[in-house]
Design a protein around this ligand. Structure first.
Ligand code: MEV
Length: 280
């Protein structure tokens, strides 16, 4: 076994789900991520995603991988894309054919199609290229340089019962989809502008959160948590595909008084991560 390949997780600030329909989305890589080491082994014993990633990288069955992840699975932090990208890069390095970022993006997309059905590509793009990006399906992405890094809490609303694929399918059937996708797209453009100008994005982010609730990708538990956090002055929105039946993954919370929010979460024994966006 050799030294590992690190690939970060991601957080979507605005535009998830609408991005599947050609609207822009805003996402950032995290400092948390996965490390993969490739070496001699037996990939036939691995799960489907791992085998697929080894295969698309051109690796044989005699290759094995060791995966260490700091990302909660199914939390909306890009775990599946990060694991796939790290495996592909690690296998390619192991077989002596290092891979460039564009090819890594394409091959990670292939793995995402297995997990997702109809992925927009935002997860692979964010974890492979890193930084803060505006992503529109099928277009070159835009890298944003922002004046002030944004301090956020990622509050754990619980593991979703549904897969990303299932959530994307539920949205496809929503009768209000067209209007909501349009409105989310407009908000994403406003958030992009506010970030560039160094303005507060809380209000628009919160509106995006409410539209995701209307889109029915936020379950009762996360909606209850949103009400509580909003009552304490925070601006909130779930990040990633969401979840309807049980948890909805991670929820972004912005507040001028994050210490107060953290004390409340600690009291309720609700877990969270604290991170800065716009600072790689
Ligand atoms: C998942 O992180 C983001 C979604 O918009 C799906 C996708 O864009 O592929 C829900």
């Amino acid at each position: 076994m050799r030294s590992g390949v690190f690939i970060p997780g991601k957080v979507i600030l605005a535009g998830e789900h609408a991005v599947v329909y050609g609207k822009p989305a805003l996402a950032a890589s995290l400092r948390l991520g996965v490390v993969v080491v490739a070496g001699e082994g037996n990939s036939s014993r691995e799960n489907e995603l791992v085998r697929k990633a080894i295969t698309v990288a051109g690796g044989s069955e005699e290759i094995g991988v060791r995966i260490e992840s700091e990302l909660p699975v199914g939390a909306g932090l890009g775990s599946s894309a990060a694991v796939a990208a790290a495996i592909i890069q690690a296998v390619r390095e192991y077989v002596g054919k290092p891979i460039g970022q564009d090819e890594l993006f394409e091959l990670t997309m292939k793995c995402e199609r297995l997990a997702h059905g109809n992925p927009s590509g935002i997860d692979p793009a964010t974890v492979v290229y890193g930084g803060l990006i505006v992503y529109t399906k099928g277009q070159p992405f835009e890298r944003l340089a922002i004046k002030r890094p944004l301090k956020v809490l990622l509050v754990n609303t619980g593991k979703p019962q549904e897969s990303t694929k299932e959530m994307v399918e539920l949205v496809a059937k929503n009768p209000d989809k067209e209007r909501l996708v349009e409105e989310i797209g407009e908000l994403t453009k406003k958030i992009r502008q506010e970030l560039i100008e160094g303005q507060e994005i809380g209000e628009f982010l919160d509106q995006n959160g409410r539209l995701l609730e209307e889109l029915q990708v936020v379950g009762e538990r996360a909606r209850g948590l949103s009400r509580e956090l909003r009552g304490m002055g925070a601006k909130v929105k779930i990040t990633g595909a969401g979840g309807r039946g049980k948890g909805s993954g991670m929820m972004i919370a912005l507040s001028p008084d994050l210490a107060k929010i953290k004390r409340w979460l600690d009291n309720k024994q609700i877990t969270y991560l604290e991170t800065k966006i716009g600072k790689v």
